[in-house]
Ligand binder design. Structure first.
Ligand code: 5RP
Length: 265
């Protein structure tokens, strides 16, 4: 792997733990002003000191995030359908030139394995990887779940492996309680988990803990952080699980009684 590509990937992984806490705030690209992100700057900016990378669209980056941040940006570069339409009908929406102009450390797009437009999204991934390789920009493939697909190891394993085979440098997928380690084993590139719909804080910490113990390289979590009653405490607790090996009970205790620290401590 070329130095630039390696350097960009390594920039989002914590040197001590080798893991990453990415903050996903791209939901508006198909959901509009969703709960917790109605005023993106108010939600996102207090969380910036605690994330290892920001997963975001160019519009919210340009309009809501200060340009002097010290956080690597992964840019969501696919979209098209709103939540009202067939979600798998995505195109690439943001060029590689634009990603470089925005100083992105990586780009990300969804593939819809089992979805109506499966072939189109996988071929979009191939084209994105071709272009990204030219500039040393890593590609994060997001294994979105087709309408009728279960989030089980068989389906997620299929989707993650396809993403890696097509050339994705990292994969974001969902956690499944049964056989998640098989999803990880079958995928030769680092896997981070999305959090999915908001669940109680302790359950979300448990999910992150399980995923890490079964081989995930980190999380790219959104709603379970920014929709939490206390988003800053929640991201601190997630960091403690991912980077410091906290038990779920200790991390939940930290959530309830947060320490005054940031990702540098
Ligand atoms: C939306 C995404 C999100 O980035 C991803 O789902 C992570 O967010 P959450 O933890 O809220 O699921 O790709 O399509």
């Amino acid at each position: 792997m070329d130095w630039g590509m390696k350097n960009r990937i390594e920039s989002i992984f914590n040197r001590k733990s080798g893991k990453t806490v990415m903050l996903a705030v791209d939901h508006g690209y198909f959901q509009g002003p969703t709960t917790g992100l109605k005023k993106p700057a108010e939600t996102i900016n207090p969380l910036l000191p605690y994330c290892d990378s920001l997963f975001i669209t160019r519009g919210i980056l340009r309009n809501c995030i200060p340009s002097n941040i010290n956080v690597p940006v992964f840019l969501r570069v696919s979209g098209g359908p709103s939540v009202l339409k067939e979600l798998s009908d995505e195109e690439l929406t943001t060029s590689m030139k634009e990603a470089i102009r925005l100083n992105a450390s990586g780009v990300g797009m969804s593939i819809f394995v089992g979805g109506e437009y499966e072939t189109k999204t996988i071929s979009n991934l191939g084209r994105l990887v071709n272009e990204a390789e030219e500039y040393g920009i890593p590609v994060l493939a997001i294994t979105a779940v087709g309408k009728d697909m279960g989030r089980d190891a068989r389906y997620l394993g299929l989707a993650c492996r396809i993403a890696a085979e097509i050339g994705a440098h990292m994969v974001k997928t969902y956690y499944c309680a049964e056989d998640f380690e098989k999803v990880v084993e079958g995928c030769p590139v680092p896997i981070v988990i999305a959090g999915g719909k908001k669940i109680p804080e302790k359950d979300a910490l448990q999910m992150a803990h399980n995923a890490i113990s079964k081989g995930a390289a980190g999380v790219d979590m959104g709603r379970n952080i920014f929709q939490s009653e206390n988003p800053v405490s929640m991201i601190k607790a997630i960091r403690a699980v991912v980077h410091e090996g906290y038990s779920v009970d200790d991390a939940f205790e930290l959530y309830n009684n947060p320490k005054d620290d940031s990702k540098n401590n």
